[in-house]
Design a protein around this ligand. Structure first.
Ligand code: ZN
Length: 182
């Protein structure tokens, strides 16, 4: 496999479609370098980002299945492993349970870099919620005493992505490196 097999990119995506156009290039690049790339979709975007399917009269379950298939196909093209936590959207509710699930992903894939949403997005509350949980899970995963399988995490840098109206968004800062929106 690749020369960079120890590098591991983790992308935390609020909705199933977010990672595709916000981080697709970074994921493809990581995969092309032989790095591990993992996408976690906290929801399918089934309520807030599936307008066409609702207008076609599809049911909630049908829409989730549709969105899951689309996201899996996208991840396959990009070269990433993908998983879904099915936490619901609009609103995506923050919870300790969901954060704990993310901690377990961190401990499992031991990311060397993390990409997620911005902490401020006046047009979509689910995106900052995902970012807050991604950051909190990163901190918890670093705690040796936190009760989750695996070794305590190092301190992977976190970068924010938001190409849509990026001037209205705020990237991650405290405790993690920030970057211009991708
Ligand atoms: Zn979204």
């Amino acid at each position: 496999m690749a020369e960079n097999a120890t590098e591991s990119l983790l992308v935390v995506s609020a909705h199933a479609g977010d990672f595709v156009w916000r981080a697709g290039g970074a994921i493809a690049l990581a995969a092309a370098r032989g790095e591990r790339a993992t996408v976690v979709c906290l929801s399918y975007g089934e309520r807030g980002e599936s307008a066409k399917a609702w207008r076609e009269g599809k049911t909630l379950d049908e829409i989730k299945t549709l969105r899951r298939g689309e996201a899996e196909a996208a991840a396959d093209v990009l070269g990433a492993d993908i998983r879904f936590l099915d936490a619901g959207d609009y609103p995506l509710l923050e919870s300790q349970e969901l954060t704990d699930q993310l901690v377990r992903v961190y401990r499992e894939v031991t990311p060397t870099v993390v990409l997620t949403h911005t902490l401020v997005d006046p047009y979509n509350g689910d995106h900052p919620a995902a970012a807050r949980m991604a950051l909190q899970a990163r901190i918890l995963a670093q705690a040796v005493g936190y009760d989750a399988p695996g070794e305590a995490l190092g301190a992977p840098p976190v970068f924010s992505f938001e190409p849509h109206q990026s001037e209205m968004s705020e990237t991650v800062s405290a405790g993690a490196r920030s970057s211009s929106p991708v």
